[in-house]
Design a binder for this molecule. Structure first.
Ligand SMILES: Cc1cc2nc3c(=O)[nH]c(=O)nc-3n(C[C@H](O)[C@H](O)[C@H](O)COP(=O)(O)OP(=O)(O)OC[C@H]3O[C@@H](n4cnc5c(N)ncnc54)[C@H](O)[C@@H]3O)c2cc1C
Length: 474
């Protein structure tokens, strides 16, 4: 049947643009905690957003036990066996995450009869969307709110255009294509030192590439997080919460910014690949200590700023030129995962724009925002609980980001009902650890006491550092 020439009119309580991790976590709370009707629209054919186009060897960077949607477990409860994450909680593979989201949509959301899902449709704003396949246009009226779950604009290597030129005759690929190599090159140049650059280097080493055959273009050294401290099961209580306590104390006791980062590294909160280089980047990437050791075997590290162009014989960078060969594979890892750092109020009249309200936790953030939407009356009350934790890029951003997080944590701690809801939510990893504290477990209680004592002092210190940053900017 040809498409109708005028848009098909639809009505639902909520219209959600985007069925990525954030749209799904938000919708899940509406589905389970309300009787709302929902329209979900997405450009991809399956839910899960960027996981649809992730590189084949991608894995979650953190444990699966607190990723996904609140109502469905993603983790199998297994631990990684062997390899560079041996003994740490399972980090699901990309295909497992995609299958999980498909399952949640098909077996949880759609059977309620309250969710209408429009995959392969582009949302063009104001309730309008169009099918990629038939060209049919639609107009959806949201009787309650529209939710823009596309705001963070995740950029992944497969969908990103590099910001440098690549001449004909250069062997160049996104890291997605590494497993398709059939013709061994002279060597590899990995462009980018964010999480995908790290993953590309680790993949090459895991496939027995000689570290000497890898050139790693690192425009900025990064502060990284130790994966051992993101574990939310009892054996890791002292790693995860102990490091939280040490992190708060390090900030509280710091005499200036540089001293704060030194203390954060000394206490194990931060790590870096090259301890002789001062980090300028902080994206919240997570690695294991064994991965850091493996990365340190790569010694051809080029620190000349961003790449500007690649020809078959030369790589031009902002700070100079290095030689390459036509038979070298250049691996593009320059996509920044989350590109949209514009901050908007989360609640603004009939529009909700989910953003991060807890550091490193996009899906937990989306779930909290949906809960707040359902349970509070005014945007003022809601935004007071959902201050945006800005996505970090530079090391200075750590200050703004941690301060915003502490402010939200404080606001939540003052609200008993919300506190209880968070404690029961599967996406809140810390509650799982806190629940392991027995009545006379003095050692564990000492850790939580340290956190409680240091948090306000850390917040006060971050206010001071933030004022200095604001003054520098003015
Ligand atoms: C490799 C990798 C590993 C990660 N690991 C973790 C982890 O371990 N733990 C963790 O907490 N987070 C992790 N993250 C972060 C997290 O998975 C998401 O990147 C983040 O939550 C952003 O999700 P999103 O839903 O906003 O974005 P996306 O996944 O990009 O979803 C947005 C969706 O909106 C759709 N869309 C956009 N514009 C339109 C339009 N106009 N019309 C219709 N649809 C549209 C897109 O098709 C997409 O499906 C990881 C990210 C990456 C890249």
């Amino acid at each position: 049947m040809p498409p109708s020439s005028s848009p098909i009119e639809l009505v639902a309580d909520y219209v959600i643009a985007g069925s990525g991790a954030i749209g799904m976590a938000f919708a899940d709370i509406l589905v389970t905690d309300s009787d709302a009707t929902i329209i979900i629209i997405d450009q991809y054919d399956k839910p899960g957003g960027h996981w649809n186009v992730a590189y084949p060897f991608v894995k979650l960077h953190q444990p699966a036990s607190f990723y996904g949607v609140s109502s469905a477990e993603l983790s199998t409860g297994e631990f990684e066996q062997g390899g560079l994450n041996d003994g740490l909680a399972e980090m699901s593979s990309g295909p497992a995450v995609s299958a999980y989201y498909d399952d949640v949509m098909r077996h949880q959301f759609l059977p309620t009869g309250r969710v209408q899902y429009f995959p392969l449709h582009t949302y063009t704003g104001d309730g309008n969307f169009v099918s990629h396949v038939t060209g049919q246009t639609y107009h959806a009226t949201a009787t309650k709110k529209t939710v823009d779950a596309t705001h963070l604009k995740t950029s992944v290597p497969a969908t990103h255009t590099p910001n440098f030129t690549v001449a004909d005759g250069v062997r160049f690929m996104a890291l997605n294509n590494l497993p398709t190599i059939t013709d061994a090159p002279d060597g590899f140049v990995v462009i980018g030192a964010g999480k995908t650059g790290v993953d590309a280097c680790l993949w090459l080493l895991d496939h027995d590439v000689d570290p000497e055959a890898i050139t790693w273009i690192v425009s900025r050294e990064a502060w990284l997080l130790d994966r051992k401290n993101t574990q939310m099961s009892e054996p890791f209580f002292f790693d995860t919460l102990g490091t939280q306590a040490a992190m708060m104390e390090s900030i509280a006791e710091a005499t200036d910014k540089a001293d704060m980062f030194e203390r954060l590294e000394a206490c194990g909160y931060f790590c870096r690949v090259d301890e002789s280089v001062t980090p300028e980047m902080f994206h919240g990437a997570t690695v294991s200590r064994a991965e850091i050791d493996a990365l340190r075997t790569i010694t051809n590290v080029v620190r000349m700023g961003h790449v500007t162009s690649i020809t078959p014989d030369e790589i031009q960078l902002v700070g100079g030129t290095i030689a390459t060969t036509p038979n070298t594979i250049h691996v593009d890892c320059s996509a920044r995962a989350i590109v949209n750092t514009d901050i908007k109020p989360v609640f603004d009249g009939d529009l909700i724009t989910p953003q991060m309200v807890r550091p490193y936790q996009p899906v937990f953030s989306a779930a909290v925002i949906a809960y707040v939407e359902l349970n509070y009356d005014t945007d003022e009350e809601r935004n007071a609980l959902c201050g945006v934790v800005p996505l970090p890029n530079t090391t200075d951003d750590f200050i703004t980001f941690t301060l915003a997080a502490l402010m939200n944590q404080y606001a939540w701690s003052q609200d008993r009902t919300l506190r209880k809801w968070i404690a029961k939510n599967r996406l809140d990893g810390a509650s799982k650890l806190l629940a392991t504290i027995g009545a006379d477990d003095a050692e564990k209680k000492a850790i939580t006491d340290r956190i409680k004592a240091a948090a306000p002092l850390a917040a006060a210190k971050l206010f001071e550092f933030q004022a200095l940053l604001d003054a520098e900017e003015a």
